[in-house]
Ligand binder design. Structure first.
Ligand code: KG4
Ligand code: ZN
Length: 342
């Protein structure tokens, strides 16, 4: 009888559940149920209290539907993986408490997963042969990290953002331009209509050296967009060109630093993960920067934005290593990235 891992991800606004085969090695996605909460679009961002309440209502039905779509019963689940952080504490608590209760009731092993390690595992769902060593750029609404992945579970942090995350910058710039939330997809669409080079924005830390050669900073870029918006006498006319200028600047820094890391680490594979990796201009820019001899692995958009399948994938690997979380597993917004080595 096949055995499966159930993934639960409630770090922000999406309350998904997913089921994956639980054996180590290549895993194929059996089901992924995602419910979007349009209420956050109305409020222009994620409202923690609304997210918690929505999760509380939907988590049971979402898990049931994941199992039903996978065509399995709980008796075929051999482990449960749930996001333990970082993220909004209320929603995380709902997911973790549900996962703990289910694990306790069914006497199943439970493992808490770091949200960003989930993003790192996402491409393996479609490319099961993907394996370290490689360099990974993780770009989400809350994080921007460049990692050298020496082995699964052994990570060297090359650099991260000093202020805003890449996705956060897309969201804030979208707000400055009077666009909706989340900002990334709207900016990408609008940038496609914009004229390149009409506005020239800074490339923060692009040429930084030493320890900062892999570090990022996006708040100055956001401020530069704000200034351009204030100076514009016709935002209607300038909006697409500004979106293009911002996207070009942000992407150039991300792509150049990623290529720099690939070269310095001497790897032949690069992985992009997190919501911002949905951006096709970023994917193409990284592809150009690393050249055709480097394999570029990036998941489909529904597996790049927050989802439970990536949590099940990372959790299945950790469970296969014999890792178990105790009942004292806590939801933490400051959960450290696991397995960091010097
Ligand atoms: O990983 P994710 O779904 O959630 C977090 O862990 O934060 O990432 C969400 C972020 C948002 O900031 C969103 O604007 C951004 O990913 N994003 C994009 C695109 N799609 C989503 N950014 C740029 N281009 C996109 N196409
Ligand atoms: Zn995420």
């Amino acid at each position: 009888m096949a055995e499966f891992v159930l993934g639960i991800e409630t770090s922000s606004h999406q309350p998904p559940g997913a089921v994956l085969p639980g054996h180590p090695g290549p895993s194929t996605l059996q089901s992924l149920v995602i419910l979007s909460q349009d209420v956050h679009q109305i409020f222009g961002g994620v409202v923690p209290e609304l997210a918690s309440r929505a999760h509380l209502r939907t988590i049971g039905p979402v898990v049931d539907r994941s199992l039903a779509e996978a065509g399995i019963g709980l008796d075929q689940v051999r482990g449960i993986a749930a996001t333990a952080g970082p993220g909004l504490i209320g929603p995380l608590l709902v997911g973790l408490t549900y996962a703990k209760t289910l694990a306790w009731k069914r006497e199943l092993p439970l493992v808490g997963v770091h949200h960003l390690e989930g993003h790192l595992f996402a491409p393996t769902l479609e490319q099961p042969d993907l394996s370290p060593p490689f360099v990974a750029l993780l770009v989400s609404g809350g994080h921007t990290m460049l990692l050298e992945v020496r082995a699964w579970g052994r990570y060297r942090l090359l650099g991260q953002t000093r202020d805003d995350a890449a996705g956060e910058a897309f969201d804030k710039v979208a707000a400055l331009l009077g666009l909706g939330y989340p900002g990334g997809p709207v900016i990408e669409r609008l940038a496609g209509e914009g004229r390149p080079g009409r506005f020239r924005l800074p490339r923060p830390m692009l040429d930084a050296e030493g320890a900062d050669r892999f570090a990022f900073s996006f708040s100055g870029l956001k401020t530069a967009v704000l200034r351009a918006v204030q100076l514009s006498d016709n935002l209607e006319r300038d909006r697409a060109d500004l979106a293009r200028a911002f996207q070009d600047a942000a992407i150039e820094v991300l792509a150049v630093k990623t290529a720099r890391a690939v070269e310095e680490c001497g790897v032949d594979t690069v992985v992009l993960g997190g919501g911002v990796a949905c951006n096709q201009a970023l994917v193409e820019s990284v592809r150009r920067s690393v050249g055709p001899s480097v394999r570029l692995a990036v998941a489909a958009p529904r597996l790049n934005t927050d989802n439970a399948a990536m949590i099940a994938a990372a959790g299945a690997w950790r469970l296969a290593q014999g890792e178990r979380s105790g009942w004292d597993l806590e939801a933490r917004d400051d959960l450290p990235f696991p397995g960091l080595v010097k």
